[in-house]
Structure formats: structure tokens, C-alpha cells
Design a protein around this ligand. Structure first.
Ligand SMILES: NC(=O)c1ccc[n+]([C@@H]2O[C@H](COP(=O)([O-])OP(=O)(O)OC[C@H]3O[C@@H](n4cnc5c(N)ncnc54)[C@H](OP(=O)(O)O)[C@@H]3O)[C@@H](O)[C@H]2O)c1
Length: 345
């Protein structure tokens, strides 16, 4: 750090999350001294815009790390890349804020949502994990409720946008939708050779599978929500999830049923949410107002609505939680972690 400014690298700069990281550094006015952009050899030489300047993308390699020095790396180049390169950066005492799942459950690695556990950051912890996009928005919205009445159990069903699976997935939904809309609507099933990112057709469909299936018949994405919520909020919370990919470009939605320890009122829940930073409460069914992905896309907040007592069980409440998976679910949370980090380094 020089005069309060940082040299920053974005690794995976050409991807869905990487591009938003560049935007968020600018939108949040993060004190950048110099910005370096890294990707694979496929994109080296490409130019990307940051504020008024154009920056040439460089190839991330062990040689690059040997030759160069930055203060913080925002990494969104996938788990395999992170497992290989994050240790090389951290050996040089360079902080890596990583978006993949590679380090999240490592007990030595802080898993941080800045509104909840910024105190988990430490000067000597060079690898920091950004939680999964579906976890971030859920714990962000539920943390204020957990503060007024301990959460005992969470049951969540997600409706996740295709951009959560990267740029190729966005293109897949776009091209499948065009193909079907231009053709015969009675023939909605696309031939298998038109499907590549998702295991089935995503246009005009819902796929109850995100990531691979595990031995317990849950998917990896579902178990990430279980384990990460415990690590961030409390190990005592029981969590069960079903994660569904839906044909939405941007913005994850979640139906969340929460069992609390105490009898509290809707007013108390509202009050706790209204006080919370970056939470936007949209809950007026008389005017048909509730959060939706199309409204959350491109916005920084986590949106909460449809709050209602679950009449089938005491102390249980339903919430509808929506946020932009590329912003609070990824790039924005990473930049907010960097903002907390520079307060202590
Ligand atoms: N999308 C989301 O909502 C979201 C949310 C939370 C976390 N994440 C995580 O963030 C990471 C990136 O996701 P994404 O959606 O941005 O994917 P993406 O659109 O596919 O972008 C991947 C990026 O990684 C780069 N890359 C790939 N292989 C590389 C290598 N060997 N060396 C250097 N760079 C390499 C790519 O560069 P090239 O252009 O050179 O190929 C590209 O910039 C993943 O771990 C993902 O799980 C995503």
C-alpha cells in the first residue's frame, strides 16, 4: 500500500464476475493505485476499460507472479486456477480474495460477508474466500434476524440465474431462447447437440441440479449452502437446500423458511431488516410489491420481501430473498472484503 492506495490485480478479468469486479472497483471508488488484469493465454492482449483508461489483459502464470507485485488479487478464474495460484501469491504476502469454492471450507481461511463477519479477516491470513452467491444473499438477509432471535433451522429453495454459471451459460440461454422463439412453440425440446453448459435445455425450463450430485443425493451447490451458512452464521443452524437453475439471466431468488428460537413479531423482523446495511425491504403485497430478479439485476442490495408467519409451525417464517448474483453474490462482496482488508493492513 502506498499513501492509502493499493495495487490490485483482477484474475479472471474477462469472465462474468471479473468484468463486474472491474466495474465495482470503479463504482465503489476503491483506492486503486494501479490495476492489472489477468486471464488465460486465450484472452491475453485483449483490452478492457477501467474508469477512463484501457488496460491490456496479461496471462496469469507463475512467471507473472515471480516478476510482479500487487497488494491484493481479486480472483475469479475457477477453483483449479485458484488452487494452483493463490498459494504462490500468498507466499509473496499478497492477499487473494477468491471467488471459487476451493478454499471456503478450509478452517484457516476466513469466509467473509462484510456486513456479518469482517472481524474474521486478519493481517496474516493471505487467502480469503468469498462465499457462494446463493449463500451470500441468504445469510446477508438473515443475519439481522439471527441477531434478534437465534435461527434454529433454515429450509431454502433457490431459483438461480444462468449467469451464475459464467458467460458461456448466458450465451446458451440466449441462443436456445432465440431458436425456440423463432421456431415452432410446440417443439420445445431442443436436440441434445444444442446443449453444452447445462445438463438439459435451460430455455423455458427449470433444472433441479446445480453442480454435481454427491453421495447423499444432494448437489454440491446445495451442500455449499449448508456448510457455508454454518461457517458464517453459526455451526448450530440446521440447513437444508434445493437449488434450481431457472431461465433468468441475472439475479438469484430464494424461498426461505426459517425456524427461530423465540416468538417475535413481523414488526420486529422488519425493524431489524430496515436497520441493516445494503438490505432493501420491499414488502407491500397490497400494491403487489415484492423483490424480483428483473429489478435486482445491476443493483448492489440484497432485497427481501413476502415476509410472513408460517401458519403450519410456531416460530417459523417465510422470506423471499433476491440479489444480483454477479454483484452482492460475487464481485461486490469481494470488493467490500477488500475495503475491510485495507483498514487492517
Ligand atoms: N457467476 C457467478 O455468479 C459467480 C458467483 C460466485 C462465484 N463465482 C465463481 O467465480 C469464478 C468465475 O466465474 P465466472 O462466472 O466469472 O466464469 P467465466 O465467465 O467462465 O470466467 C472465467 C474467467 O477465468 C479465466 N480463466 C479460466 N482459466 C484460466 C487460467 N487457466 N488462467 C487464468 N485465467 C483463467 C477466464 O479467462 P479466459 O477469457 O482467458 O478464458 C475468465 O476470465 C468461478 O470459480 C465461479 O464459481 C461465480
Amino acid at each position: 500500500m502506498r499513501k492509502g492506495k493499493c495495487d490490485v490485480a483482477v484474475a479472471g478479468a474477462t469472465g462474468a464476475v471479473g468484468r463486474e469486479m472491474i466495474n465495482m472497483l470503479s463504482a465503489n471508488n476503491f483506492p486503486v493505485n494501479e490495476l492489472r488484469l489477468l486471464a488465460s493465454s486465450r484472452s491475453a492482449g485483449q483490452k478492457l476499460k477501467f474508469k477512463e483508461s484501457e488496460i491490456v489483459v496479461e496471462e496469469l502464470s507463475p512467471e507473472w507472479i515471480k516478476k510482479n507485485r500487487v497488494d491484493i488479487v481479486l480472483m475469479s478464474a475457477g477453483g483449479a486456477v485458484s488452487l494452483e495460484y493463490a498459494p504462490l501469491f500468498s507466499e509473496k504476502k499478497i492477499y487473494v480474495i477468491d471467488n471459487s469454492s476451493a478454499w471456503r471450507m478450509n478452517p484457516a481461511v476466513p469466509l467473509v460477508v462484510p456486513e456479518i463477519n469482517p472481524h474474521d479477516l486478519a493481517v496474516d491470513k493471505y487467502i480469503i474466500a468469498n462465499p457462494n452467491c446463493s449463500t451470500i444473499q441468504m445469510v446477508h438477509a438473515l443475519a439481522p434476524v439471527h441477531r434478534i432471535s437465534k435461527i434454529k433451522r433454515i429450509i431454502v429453495v433457490t431459483f438461480q440465474a444462468v449467469s451464475g454459471a459464467g458467460w458461456k451459460a448466458v450465451k446458451e440461454l440466449e441462443s436456445q431462447s432465440k431458436k425456440i422463439a423463432d421456431g415452432d412453440f410446440r417443439e420445445l425440446n431442443l436436440p441434445k447437440n444444442k446443449i453444452s453448459v447445462f445438463p438439459h435445455q435451460i430455455a423455458f425450463n427449470c433444472i433441479p441440479q446445480i453442480d454435481v450430485f454427491l453421495e447423499n443425493f444432494f448437489t454440491k451447490e446445495e451442500m455449499k449452502m449448508v456448510q457455508e451458512t454454518k461457517k458464517i452464521l453459526s455451526s448450530e443452524i440446521e440447513v437444508s437446500a434445493t437449488c434450481v437453475r431457472v431461465p433468468v439471466f441475472r439475479g438469484h431468488s430464494e424461498a426461505v423458511n426459517v425456524e427461530l428460537s423465540d416468538d417475535i413479531t413481523k414488526d420486529e423482523i422488519w425493524e431489524a431488516l430496515l436497520k441493516e446495511k445494503n438490505i432493501s425491504l420491499i414488502d407491500d403485497v397490497s400494491k403487489l410489491r415484492y423483490p424480483m430478479a428483473i429489478d435486482a439485476a445491476g443493483k448492489s442490495a440484497t432485497f427481501v420481501g413476502r415476509i410472513r408467519h408460517d401458519e403450519s409451525r410456531p416460530k417459523c417464517w417465510w422470506f423471499w430473498i433476491v440479489s444480483d448474483n454477479l454483484l452482492k453474490g460475487a464481485a461486490l462482496n469481494a470488493v467490500q472484503i477488500a475495503e475491510e482488508l485495507i483498514k487492517i493492513i
